[in-house]
Design a protein around this ligand. Structure first.
Ligand code: PLP
Length: 371
């Protein structure tokens, strides 16, 4: 971790301190309110639960601190992505999406944006720069892409897309601002699902949009207030609590993923392995250049669908579950959702269990499928 990110992580759980008065609780109070006591002129006061909430604002302060940019909270990662797209696009715009990124972003575009006169193209993340960006109003990237874990060069995409007149959005869900900093590399908007590692406990959905462009943030804030896709205060409180331990969880998850990837690469029953931190990974040089850590997701291919399912089910320390970024390790076969990956492809989300115990459990389950 850079010194700068280390300062950021250290200050994160002290952000409230500056506002506390003697006798205030150190932990964040939960404000559950739709109505506020509001006699007379309303300006300058909390007015209505769709407009503002102290608990969201505390989380937004933390997310903004991590991004080094203003941040707005949303009830899920998809609500954040929808807000970024609907707040910036208009009829006649053409957008570029990754063909191998989180599939719901493509479905949202196909089902709803095309009806409003927005057209789109897709392109694989590994060759995202090929073909240039002429004619696009918005370029949306995701790196490492979920689930295949290919990378694209964020700065090169941002520079070329800006030269072509496009705005650039990065989905940074797989890395968090502690692992990769797309805004510092030149993108205009970061979107993320904080349902994953930022909350970290698999018990709440949340998302955020962050940008250093005041006009964009105003449009996203207006979208949220008018469309009504606001975060629930309780979920905001949960994410606030999760963020206080993000650094310690994330560093451990990345350390363990590096350790496991090295172990997995030596096994002949693993047909293929993707982890940006492995020296032999096709994206390794780019990963070294643009990522602060190599992340906690590993992609591995076993011989068949059955072997993959049995491996996951038979591993005592893996939750068979979709989603990722929890304190508990989890895994799933992505082809079950229709992702264009090998039937035996498993996305493994490394959690916070002690690394050697986790490896032992994985090894036992892999060994049991040898024949
Ligand atoms: N972006 C990526 C890369 C994801 O993996 C996900 C969910 O898996 C999302 C966005 C959507 O997040 P949410 O489920 O919080 O709406």
């Amino acid at each position: 971790m850079t010194d700068e990110n280390s300062h950021r992580a250290a200050a994160l759980s002290h952000l409230r301190r500056a506002k506390l008065e003697k006798g205030d609780p150190v932990a964040l109070p939960l404000t559950m309110a739709s109505m506020f006591h509001l006699p007379g002129a309303p300006a300058g006061f909390a007015q209505y639960g769709r407009f503002s909430n102290d608990t969201w604002e505390a989380v937004e302060e933390m997310l903004g601190h991590l991004e080094d940019a203003p941040a707005l909270g949303f009830p899920s990662g998809m609500a954040a992505i929808a807000a970024a797209l609907f707040a910036t696009l208009k009829a006649g715009d053409r957008i570029l999406l990754p063909s191998d990124g989180y599939y719901t972003t493509r479905i949202l575009t196909e089902r709803f944006l095309t009806r409003l006169g927005v057209t789109y193209e897709t392109r694989p993340t590994a060759t995202f720069l090929d073909g240039g960006f002429d004619g696009f109003r918005l370029v949306f990237l995701e790196t490492p892409a979920n689930p295949g874990l290919d990378l694209c060069d964020i700065k090169a995409v941002a520079d070329a897309a800006h030269a072509a007149g496009a705005i650039v959005v990065a989905d940074n869900t797989t890395m968090t601002p502690l692992g990769q900093r797309p805004l510092d590399l030149g993108v205009d908007i970061v979107v993320a699902s904080d349902t994953k590692a930022p909350n970290g406990h698999s018990d709440a959905l949340f998302g955020h949009v962050s940008s250093r462009d005041a006009e964009i943030m105003q449009a996203v804030s207006d979208w949220r207030k008018l469309a009504g896709g606001i975060p629930g205060p309780f979920e905001a409180w949960q994410v606030h609590r999760g963020l206080e331990t993000l650094d310690v969880r994330f560093q451990r998850m990345c350390d363990t993923a590096e350790f496991l990837a090295e172990k997995l690469k030596d096994r002949d029953d693993v047909k293929a392995l993707r982890y940006p931190g492995l020296a032999g990974d096709p994206s390794h040089n780019l990963a070294r250049a643009q990522m602060l850590r190599f992340g906690f997701l590993i992609g591995l291919i076993l011989e068949s669908e059955t072997k993959a399912e049995d491996f996951i089910d038979g591993c005592a320390l893996l939750q068979p579950a979709t989603s990722f970024g929890g304190v508990h390790s989890s895994a799933e076969r992505r082809a079950r959702w229709g992702d264009a990956v090998d039937p035996g492809f498993i996305r493994l989300s490394v959690g916070c269990e002690p690394a050697s115990e986790l490896w032992r459990a994985i090894e036992v389950s892999l060994d049991a499928r040898r024949n």
